[in-house]
Design a protein around this ligand. Structure first.
Ligand SMILES: [Zn+2]
Length: 383
């Protein structure tokens, strides 16, 4: 059951339940929080709470009644879930659209903390732009024009409302200005600043905090039987993002290998050892596009930490001990002058990989550009 599966978050849960139990629920709320905040499972848990038939006994959904069983599968009369999809303008693309929705239901069953990026990674049309169309909004608004069953609410959850097309956003705005009775809109977003100010002014904003390191450690141990020391180490690099923590736990060896790969990349790049570079690239060509993306994302994190080290903001560096040791040396190469450029180069490479660029050419260019940037400050011989 979603509500109980969410570790801690008691202040957010209490706030929401009190709104409901005191009959002070507005017609639209927005759950917002940094990347990694559990806004989606909290919203869906709240839906379960609203529809539960046995609420009077306890302040959380019972998990046993018919309604709880239905909402557990995210299907309930009067409940609508909207998420960004690929364009549905052609028959072929329509099947992609179904893929995203279907994938969401599959992946959510495995991990309630999943991000939209996790879905895109698995989706067939992964290089296309996903958005919420005016038709999507039109459909849900039409459905909530019927009165809710059994005196309950119609609930519309919109995940990533910042990805609404302008016409969709305007359509939603009109509805929020004259909301249908007994209807609750829940907007779920990490980027509220991307929404129309007129929409923001129509919703009650509820900030959802990130998890504490302890929440993450406990969750990894209880749910996945992780070793306490490993759970602790992972929690320290995840900045309260439980989804990231679960991902690292499942691919821990892969994660640890990233540092070695980057250390090697930096060494080869500075020396410009052509044979070594060729071997390195072959390995990643074989590992594939997702592996290259994980590597580039990892390097972007390392560069961020190098910058913190340059500014002596060591207390903000969230890494494993090995990474800390590496950064304490590598920051002499990646320093405040070249990090912005390095960041740009790796970021650009990441976007090219997403857009299906040739991996060999892309990695060769990356070695070349890194060579130019890193050798500028060659003051220490051993990285
Ligand atoms: Zn129930």
């Amino acid at each position: 059951m979603l509500w109980k599966e969410l570790p801690n978050l008691s202040s957010s849960k209490n706030y929401l339940t009190e709104l409901y139990l005191n009959n002070s629920l507005p017609h639209a709320i927005m759950l917002k929080g940094e990347e990694g905040a559990a806004i989606l499972p909290l919203a869906l848990g709240f839906v379960q709470f609203i529809y539960c038939d046995n609420l009077s006994k306890k302040d959380f959904p019972c998990g046993e009644c018919k309604s709880c069983k239905q909402t557990k599968n995210l299907f309930y009369p009067g409940f609508q879930f909207v998420l960004p999809k690929f364009s549905a303008s052609s028959q072929k693309q329509e099947s992609n659209e179904d893929d995203i929705q279907l994938l969401f239901y599959q992946l959510f069953k495995e991990n309630i903390f999943l991000s939209f990026d996790d879905i895109l990674k698995e989706a067939k049309g992964k290089n296309k732009q996903a958005f919420i169309s005016v038709q999507d909004i039109h459909k849900v608004i039409e459905s909530v024009s019927y009165s809710a069953i059994g005196g309950k609410y119609n609930v519309v959850c919109i995940w990533h409302p910042e990805m609404m097309m302008p016409a969709a956003a305007n359509k939603l705005l009109k509805t929020l200005e004259e909301p249908p009775p007994q209807t609750l809109f829940i907007l779920i977003t990490h980027q509220p600043e991307e929404l129309l100010p007129t929409i923001i002014s129509r919703v009650q904003q509820i900030h959802v905090p990130l998890f504490s390191d302890k929440d993450i450690v406990d969750y990894l141990i209880d749910k996945y039987s992780a070793e306490p020391s490993k759970a602790q180490e992972i929690s320290e690099i995840c900045n309260g993002n439980l989804n990231k923590a679960i991902g690292i736990l499942h691919h821990f060896d892969e994660y640890s290998a990233l540092l070695n790969d980057f250390r090697e990349f930096a060494r080869l790049s500075i020396k410009y050892d052509y044979d070594g570079i060729d071997q390195w690239i072959k390995k990643y060509e074989t590992a594939g596009r997702e592996a290259v993306k994980r590597f580039l994302q990892y390097v972007l994190d390392v560069l961020h930490h190098c910058l913190l080290q340059n500014y002596q903001l060591n207390h903000l560096i969230k890494t494993t001990q090995q990474e800390k040791e590496f950064i304490s040396k590598f920051y002499l190469y990646a320093h405040s002058e070249n990090i912005p450029k390095l960041y740009e180069v790796f970021n650009e490479a990441y976007h090219h990989v997403v857009r299906n660029a040739n991996l060999r050419m892309l990695l060769n260019t990356l070695f070349l550009k890194s060579n130019e940037l890193l050798k500028k400050q060659n003051t220490v011989s051993n990285v």
